[in-house]
Design a protein. Structure first.
Length: 147
């Protein structure tokens, strides 16, 4: 049905919507019951789940104040051994001075430049290296041959 442009029809539609809104509000008021304070309380059990009944005091566990950590734990920098990875040289062009190493653990292909080599390398050599983020992504640094 096309919408009417008559003033009388518009006013009648507004009145109808207003009455419907008032009826819905009245219905919500009638259906809602007063909640007591006890009904609103929520408890947390020993597993961290919300519950409507209080926890069993026999399952109470004492926690030492020193064991509670509120902030982020102190940063411990990784050791040299944790940063070092091993891989295999999949491609290396000595005339252009760059190549790629495939990490043996993550199978990630990492760019390597001749300036980051500690010993000369060739294709299919097993090497140890560290990863640094360069301008164009990860690149291998401190590259050495592994026996």
């Amino acid at each position: 049905m096309a919408e009417s442009w008559k003033k009388k029809d518009r006013e009648q539609k507004k009145r109808k919507e207003k009455n419907e809104k008032a009826d819905k509000m009245q219905e919500r008021k009638e259906n809602s019951k007063k909640k007591s304070f006890e009904d609103m309380i929520a408890y947390m059990d020993e597993n961290g789940n919300l519950s409507s009944k209080p926890p069993d005091p026999r399952k109470k566990v004492e926690v030492k104040l020193e064991d509670i950590q509120i902030s982020v734990p102190e940063y411990v920098p990784p050791t040299e051994a944790e940063l070092t990875r091993t891989g295999k040289v999949t491609f290396f062009n000595t005339s252009k001075g760059f190549g790629f190493i495939k990490d043996l653990v993550s199978q990630q292909s990492v760019f390597v430049h001749i300036n980051n080599l500690e010993t000369p390398i060739q294709e299919n050599d097993k090497v140890s290296f560290q990863i640094e983020m360069g301008a164009r992504g990860p690149s291998a640094v401190k590259v050495k041959l592994v026996n």
